[in-house]
Design a protein around this ligand. Structure first.
Ligand code: SF4
Length: 270
């Protein structure tokens, strides 16, 4: 289902490329990704510390709120994930948004147990949902370093297969790309993707790491090594290899290098 878009003054970036609005229900996230921009902003505005971010607090008023039909697609969540700990509350909020007639983009570093239950319980609204699973690498050593609390690669791939076999619209986010081999990711997930595979660079890492990982020279070293795999030349070569693949979509960080058209409205998902 294609949702309406929201006009913006500047080309949308980040989550605005994907959805017109977003909904969250907790502060903090147990996945504790080292590159997490939501964590950086929470630290900057003194809503969390580098240590407290991984111990989330549910916001009960956001679990209890009601919803009306919104223009454009809603992304859920953008500043935490759907986990064993908050699955009941996420299902409550998701069901309420869907019952109000909203189109949802459900984004997660997924666990099979959570996705199986979502697929099952949200089936009546299946046409209103796109699942987008974040998989930045097929290498568990890479994933466990950058996303220490998040599920392993196989759990994420199995989640994708689960949603695909349950006939949901499926998508993968390879943003941020976490190694120099996005081709391996594309090859592994493509047959289970009905909608899109988004690729994007790692953003703002030199600003993020000092707050998210203070006094951590290993994070700085690995961050510099990762950014060195995403030079303009490497991105142009990646684009040249996959430009004709209809499933691949390019995030703002890549559009800027290639000179691709930037959308003029939030939530166009293009
Ligand atoms: S899963 Fe998302 S919200 Fe949670 S720490 Fe990672 S990037 Fe941040």
């Amino acid at each position: 289902m294609k949702s309406a878009a929201i006009l913006t003054n500047r080309p949308p970036t980040g989550t605005q490329e994907w959805a017109a609005s977003n909904v969250n229900l907790q502060d903090g996230c147990e996945h504790d990704c080292r590159y997490c921009y939501a964590k950086t902003m929470a630290i900057r505005f003194k809503r969390a510390t580098a240590a407290s971010w991984s111990k989330p607090r549910l916001r009960q008023h956001d679990v209890d709120r009601s919803f009306t039909r919104r223009p454009g697609r809603i992304m859920f969540p953008t500043a935490h994930d759907i986990t064993d700990q908050n699955l009941d509350e996420c299902l409550t909020v998701l069901t309420r948004m869907l019952a109000a007639g909203n189109d949802l983009l459900i984004v997660s570093k997924p666990r099979v147990a959570c996705i199986t239950r979502l697929c099952d319980e949200l089936k009546p609204y299946h046409a209103q949902i796109v699942f987008r699973f974040s998989i930045g690498s097929t290498d568990d050593a890479v994933l466990s370093y950058w996303e220490p609390g998040a599920p392993a690669y196989q759990d994420r791939l199995d989640s994708l297969k689960t949603a695909f076999l349950e006939d949901y619209s499926t998508s993968v986010s390879g943003e941020p790309m976490l190694d120099g081999d996005p081709d391996a990711l594309i090859a592994a997930v493509s047959m289970f993707v009905t909608d899109s595979i988004w690729l994007g660079k790692i953003n703002r890492l030199r600003n993020i790491l000092p707050l998210n990982c203070p006094r951590d020279p290993e994070a700085v070293r690995r961050g510099e090594a990762l950014m060195a795999t995403q030079t303009d030349a490497a991105i142009r070569a990646l684009y040249a290899r996959h430009r004709h693949d209809p499933k691949i979509k390019w995030k703002d960080s890549i559009k800027a290098i290639i000179g691709l058209h930037r959308p003029t409205a939030a939530g166009l998902d293009e």
